[in-house]
Design a protein around this ligand. Structure first.
Ligand code: GMT
Length: 376
């Protein structure tokens, strides 16, 4: 098949999933095109079966906000026409699903055999999409897609609750490359960061408000107060980094916390981690938690959104009430104090991650494409 994948290029779940899916589909012999305004972070090596198309935004004095959705639709039209796309798979509804609809309209008869698949990832539904400034357009664009998928049961239900959707939504979960995200020996890093063999607690995110990063610091403070010798590694960057750093200063624990900024090889940090914290206020799946679990790291998370579909309470870690840093601190301490429990949870976390094995889920997407194509 000739497949176009549209995504946001930034560090963040939907772009990562879209790019890894493109690689997985290419490995199965398909010809892939990725469309975005910049090269996605995970598209790191040259491949003959994946072509990147940068959506160029010409500046013009009249355009205070250049119309990205139109430029994207234009690239889609060209690819459908000249690269003979069979499937156009857009990740994140806004504005990708709308541009895809427009491209198909422009092509008329010529575009009728292309299946437009929209994958809903999260904030396109839970936060921004349902904002009145976008809602009608998002509603329309989802309903006009030939196929719609969501990354969790939770997101599927939220979409039906928040929008007037007449289509069936197929749940296809996110996935993980078990060979890349596995525990490897990073003893030299660990020694450099924890010379006293302290426990390593880790958080990875884009530090947006929804991630509740200051709660990571407060939870870690509880762990220290419970007498655990530990270091906290904060991976990523974003608007709330300052708030998190301030919380460290208020609690006077800056010497125990390292802000590592954005990292490409997250698996290396996860490989020396003993515990992963994800206290998010909204999370449709929690890919970061799955990456940690795949590296055998137990997870303490909030019990919201799709997180309970990934992190199993009492098995792969613990789920706590949103904002309850006390309970998150106690659960974390329990795991870090008890070697046996830690080992059991670490094993269970990796086992749970195996359910989301990449090739299996890529195969589900491939079957879904065929089903939708057969219905056109
Ligand atoms: O979480 C983010 O800030 C990025 C966001 C995105 O759309 O790129 O992530 C969403 O999609 C991921 C991949 O499907 C999910 O793992 C995340 O849970 C989801 N984030 C939220 O719902 C906040």
């Amino acid at each position: 098949m000739n497949i176009g994948i549209v995504c946001y290029p930034t560090f963040g779940g939907s772009g990562v999933v879209a790019t890894e899916l493109a690689k997985g589909l290419a490995n199965r012999g398909h010809n892939l095109h990725i469309l975005s305004y910049a090269r996605p972070a995970r598209l790191d090596a040259f491949r003959t079966d994946i072509t990147f198309h940068e959506v160029d935004l010409s500046s013009y004095p009249l355009f205070e906000y250049p119309p990205y959705d139109l430029a994207l639709a234009n690239v889609m039209v060209n690819l459908i026409k000249y690269e003979k796309l069979d499937v156009l798979h857009v990740h994140y509804a806004i504005p990708h699903a709308t541009s895809a609809f427009l491209a198909k309209q422009i092509l008329g008869e010529q575009g009728k055999d292309v299946a437009v698949i929209t994958t809903l990832h999260g904030t396109d539904i839970t936060l921004i999409g349902s904002d009145p400034s976008y809602k009608d357009v998002v509603d329309f664009s989802i309903n006009k897609s030939d196929g719609v998928t969501a990354v969790s049961e939770y997101l599927k239900e939220e979409t039906y609750k928040k929008f007037d959707i007449k289509k069936d939504i197929e749940v296809i979960p996110n996935f993980i490359d078990l060979d890349r995200f596995k525990r490897s020996n990073k003893g030299h890093f660990k020694k450099a960061i924890c010379p006293e063999d302290e426990k390593v607690v880790t958080h990875v995110s884009n530090f947006r408000e929804v991630k509740n990063v200051p709660d990571v610091i407060s939870t870690f403070d509880r762990i220290l107060k419970n007498g655990i010798e530990a270091k906290l590694l904060m991976v990523g960057d974003g608007p709330d980094r300052q708030r998190a750093e301030n919380r460290c200063r208020e609690l006077k624990i800056c010497d125990k916390v390292r802000f590592l900024g954005k990292q490409e090889q997250v698996e290396e940090v996860l490989s020396m981690s003993d515990l992963f914290l994800i206290p998010s206020g909204s999370e449709t799946f929690g890919l970061a938690a799955l990456e940690a679990m795949s590296c055998g790291v137990p997870v303490v998370s909030s019990n919201i959104g799709g997180l309970p579909e990934v992190n199993i309470h009492g098995e792969t870690g613990y789920l706590c009430e949103l904002g309850d840093v006390e309970s998150m601190g106690e659960c974390s301490t329990k795991i870090l104090k008890d070697e046996k429990l830690h080992k059991t949870m670490s094993k269970a976390a990796r086992k749970r991650a195996e359910y989301f094995e990449m090739d299996r889920v890529v195969g589900i997407y491939e079957d879904y494409y065929n089903t939708i194509l057969a219905q056109l």
